[in-house]
Design a protein around this ligand. Sequence first.
Ligand code: PMP
Length: 467
Amino acid sequence: MATEPAASRSNPALVREAQTAMYQRAMRTLPGGTDSNFRAWGDDTIYVDRGKGGYVWDIDGNEYIDLRMGYGPVILGHGDDRVDDYVNERMRKGVSFSLTSEDEVQAMELVKELTGWVDKVRMTVSGTEATMHAMRIARAYTGRDRIVKFEGQYHGVHDYALISVAPDVMSELGDADAPVRLAWGRGIPDAVADTIIPARYNNIDALRRLFEARGEEIAAIIVEPVLGNAQGIMPKPGFHQAMRALTEEFGILLIFDEVKTGFRFAKGGAAEFFGVTPDLATYAKAMGNGYPAAAFGGREEVMSVLPDKVSHGGTYAGNRIAAAAAVKTLQIIRDTDALEVVHATGRRVQAGLREVLNPTGLPYHFTGHPSMFGIMFSEVEASEYRDWATTDHELYDAVAVGMHARGAMPEPDSREPWFFCEAHAQGDIVDRVVTIFSDSLDAALEARAHGDIGPEPSGAMSHPAAG
Ligand code: PMP
C-alpha cells in the first residue's frame, strides 16, 4: 500500500471558495442550502458545475471520479451523447401537453420487453410517486389497508414510506422481536404510520408469524430486493423465493421496489437476477440515465384497477423529456453490452480493493452487487439493517471523506453503496479509484492510530443518505 497520500492526490487541497460563497447564498433561500435533505452537508455541501462520463466537477473546479452517480440513476455516464442528443431532438416537438405521446408508449413497451413479466405499466416522474401508487394499487386490489416494509429500506419521501428507514441508533427500531414504527421526522400522521408494519429483512420465520397473526389485514409487502440504503445488503439464498411462496399462501401481494436495482442488476432488474416474479414493481433511476423517468407496473389482473377504480395522474407523467430519455436509455441497455461493462467494472474495482484490504488484516465484506456495492468493515456479514450498526462505519466514513480530498466521490455515509456506470470502464478510472481508496485507507488508519477519527454525527436527521 502507498504510504504517502499526497503523491496520488489529484486535489491536493480541495478548494471551497466558490462553494462556501454559494452555500452562504443558498442558505438565505433554500432550507439547508439545498433541495434535498440528503445533500445538505452543512459547510461541506457540494455545489456541482458539470459531469461527463464517470467524472463530476464542482463549482470550484475540483474534479472527482463520481461514485455516487446521483444515487444510481446515471447508468451510462453523465452527459451521455446518445441519450442527450435523442432527448434534444424529441423535446423540440414540445415537452408537456397533458396528452399522450408515442414516446411514452414506446418507453413503457420497452419496460415490458426488458422485464418480460410486467403486463401493464405507467410512467411517473419520481421513484417516490411510483412506490406511492404501487402501494395504493395493492390496497385497492386486495381491499386491505396495511403494508409490510422492511427496516432500513427506503422507498421515497411519501408518508407511507418514511417508516423505520435509517436511524443511527438501532434501539429506536424497537425490540428485535417486536419492531416499532419509527417515523422519520415529524409531520407523518399516526393514522398513516399505523398502516405500515415494519419487519426485519432476511427473517422469513418472523414474516410467517406476522402473516399468521395479521395476514388478513395485509395488502402487500414492499421490498427493495437488496438493502440499497444499507450498502446493498443481499438477501440470504432463497429469501425472495420463500417470501414469494409465503405471500402467495396468504393472498398478499409482493411489490419489488426496483428503483435502484431495475435495469442495473440485469436487463430485467432484480426480478430476473434473483429469478423471482413479484406482482408489482417500481422503476426509476437507471431507466432514464438521470432524467426524471420512473414507472410502476405489474401483472395484468392487479393493474386492472386502473384506470377506473384507482386514482393516478400527473401533469408531468410521461412528459416528453423523461419518456424520450427512457426510450433511448432502455434501447441502449437492451441492444448493447452496457450492463455487462458496468458489472465487469465493479468486479475489477472489487478485485483491486481486495488487494489493498487483504494484507491489512482488517475484517471486511463487500455487500451488494458489483454494479452497486458497499464495503462493510466487520467480521460478520450483515443480513439486515440493524447489523450496519455493528460495522466499523467510522472507519468507512473517514476513508470516504479522504477519497473526496483525493479526487473520488463516494457518498460520505457508509450506508450508501458505490454506483458504477458504463463510462467508468474508460481510461484509468478503475486503477485510480483503487489507488485513491488505498491512500485514503492509509490516512484513516493513521488518524485512528492517533485517536483522530471522531464519532458519528448523532441524531436521526443528521445526514443519512437515502437519495
Ligand atoms: N425507492 C428506492 C429503492 C430508492 O432508492 C429511492 C431513491 N433513492 C426511491 C424509491 C425514491 O425515488 P425518488 O428519489 O426518485 O423519489
